[in-house]
Design a protein around this ligand. Structure first.
Ligand code: PLP
Length: 407
C-alpha cells in the first residue's frame, strides 16, 4: 500500500490569494463597469532592464550556433555570474563571500523551500509572524510541526513582529534551532538595524542555531546605515545562510533567477555534536536534484551588474519607491499608522478594523485590491499590505479614490 506523506494533510489550505481572487471575481460580476486597480500581489509590472534584454538576446543567439552552443551548465551556476555577485553584492559591501560559496538557482522560493532538507526532522523552527508562508509550509510538509491549532501550527515557534517591537522580532526565551528572518520584510516592509541583527547572530552562535536570512527585497534599501546582507555582521558566516533573488531587484519574476550563499564556515551538527559543513551538503543536494539555470537567463542576470544594468536597475527601483512614497504619505495624511515603504516596496497599514473588512472597504468603495494582513499570520490581523508594484498612473488613481472613501 502506497501511503501518503501525512504531513501534507496538516497544511491549511492556502486560502489567502484564492479568497482574494474570488472576491475580485464577485465584485467584477456585480459591477462590470467599475475599474479595479491591483495593489495586492507582490509581482512586478515594469519590463526587464534593457541591458538584461540585450544580454539575453545575445545568449540566445549563441545557443543557436554550434560553435557557441552550451548544454548542461554547472549545477552551482556559471562562474561569470557567481564572480559578479561576490564582487558587487558582497565585497563592495564589506562582506567577504567567495564565488564558490554562491549557488545560482531558479528562484528564492525554491531555495527557501528546499534548504530545510539539510536539517534533522526534530529541529525547533522559529518563523516570523506575520510571515512569508513558504517558511512555514515547507517545514510542515517535512514533519517539523504538529497539527494546526487556532492560529498556528503546534511545535513551531512564532516570532511576533508587532507595532511594539517595530516589526522586528525579539530574541525568544526558549532555545530554537532554525530561525527564518526576512529583511526588508514581506509583508510588513520593516528593516532591521545592524545592532539587532548582531543580537540574532550572537543568539545563533550561543545556541548553535542557524539563521536563514531572506534578503529578496535588499535592492529597495535606501538607508545606507542598514545592513544589506547578514554577512556584513561579524560572526554571521558561521551561523547564517542568505537567500537573494533577481525577481524584485530587476523584474525577473517571470524570468527566474536567484541565489543562495552558504559560507564554507557554516556548520550544523550530528546528534553526537560533530560539526558538518552545510556548504558540502547543499552542494551535494543541488548536484543531485538540480541541473542549473538556463545559460541565457544567467547572462541576463549578469547584465544587472554592468554599469548600464546598474543604472537601469536603479531607475526601476526608484520607480516603485516613488509609488511607495506616495502610498505611505497619503495613508499617513488620512490618519493611518503605516510601517514599511521607506526601504521596501510594501506598506503595512493599521486598518483600525478587521483586515478583511478593510480589504472589502477598499475594494467595494474604491475599486482597489490590497492584501489582508491576517492572511500572513495572527499578528497580521488588523492590518493590510499595499504593494508599490504598479504604474505611477494606477497608484495615483488608486490613492485619489481611496482618499475619497477614507477622508
Ligand atoms: N522571499 C520573499 C520574502 C518573497 O516575498 C518572495 C516572493 O514574493 C520570494 C522569496 C520568492 O522569490 P522568487 O521569485 O525568487 O522565487
Amino acid at each position: 500500500m502506497i501511503r501518503v506523506n501525512e504531513n501534507y494533510l496538516k497544511l491549511q489550505s492556502s486560502y489567502l490569494f484564492s479568497e482574494i481572487s474570488g472576491r475580485i471575481a464577485a465584485f467584477r460580476e456585480a459591477h462590470p463597469a467599475r475599474e479595479i486597480i491591483k495593489l495586492g500581489i507582490g509581482d512586478v509590472t515594469c519590463a526587464l532592464p534593457a541591458a538584461c534584454i540585450a544580454a539575453f538576446h545575445h545568449a540566445v543567439t549563441e545557443m543557436g550556433d554550434e560553435r557557441t552552443f552550451r548544454g548542461y551548465g554547472p549545477e552551482q551556476g556559471y562562474e561569470f555570474l557567481r564572480e559578479k555577485i561576490a564582487m558587487h553584492d558582497y565585497k563592495e559591501h564589506g562582506a567577504d563571500i567567495t564565488p564558490d560559496e554562491i549557488f545560482i538557482s531558479d528562484g528564492a522560493k525554491c531555495d527557501v523551500g528546499n534548504i530545510q532538507e539539510l536539517f534533522a526532522e526534530d529541529v525547533v523552527v522559529a518563523v516570523p509572524d506575520p510571515v512569508y508562508p513558504v517558511y512555514v509550509d515547507t517545514n510542515v510538509m517535512a514533519g517539523r510541526s504538529g497539527n494546526w491549532k487556532d492560529t498556528g501550527y503546534k511545535g513551531l515557534v512564532y516570532l511576533e513582529s508587532t507595532e511594539d517591537n517595530g516589526y522586528v522580532p525579539v530574541i525568544p526565551d526558549e532555545k530554537v534551532d532554525l530561525i527564518y528572518l526576512c529583511f526588508p520584510n514581506n509583508p510588513t516592509g520593516a528593516t532591521i538595524s545592524r545592532d539587532k541583527l548582531q543580537e540574532w547572530v550572537a543568539y545563533a552562535d550561543k545556541n548553535k542555531a542557524l539563521i536563514i536570512y531572506d534578503a529578496a527585497y535588499v535592492a529597495f534599501i535606501k538607508d545606507q546605515t542598514l545592513p544589506h546582507s547578514i554577512f556584513e555582521i561579524q560572526g554571521a558566516k558561521e551561523v547564517a545562510i542568505e537567500i537573494r533573488s533577481f525577481s524584485k531587484t530587476a523584474g525577473f519574476t517571470g524570468t527566474r533567477c536567484a541565489y543562495t550563499v552558504v559560507p564554507k564556515a557554516c556548520n550544523a551538527y550530528t546528534r553526537s555534536g560533530t560539526a558538518v559543513p552545510l556548504h558540502k551538503l547543499w552542494l551535494r543536494r543541488q548536484t543531485t536534484k538540480f541541473n542549473g539555470v538556463s545559460y541565457p537567463v544567467q547572462r541576463a542576470a549578469e547584465a544587472v551588474f554592468s554599469s548600464e544594468g546598474k543604472k537601469q536597475v536603479k531607475i526601476l527601483i526608484d520607480y516603485y519607491m516613488h509609488n511607495a512614497d506616495l502610498i505611505k504619505r497619503r495613508f499617513s495624511e488620512l490618519g493611518y499608522l503605516c510601517a514599511g515603504g521607506d526601504n521596501s516596496p510594501y506598506i503595512w497599514i493599521k486598518a483600525n478594523m478587521a483586515s478583511w473588512d478593510f480589504f472589502s472597504l477598499l475594494l467595494e468603495k474604491a475599486g482597489v485590491v490590497s492584501t489582508p494582513g491576517s492572511g500572513f499570520g495572527k499578528c497580521g490581523e488588523g492590518y493590510v499590505r499595499i504593494s508599490a508594484f504598479n504604474s505611477h498612473e494606477n497608484v495615483e488613481k488608486a490613492l485619489y479614490k481611496i482618499s475619497d472613501v477614507l477622508s
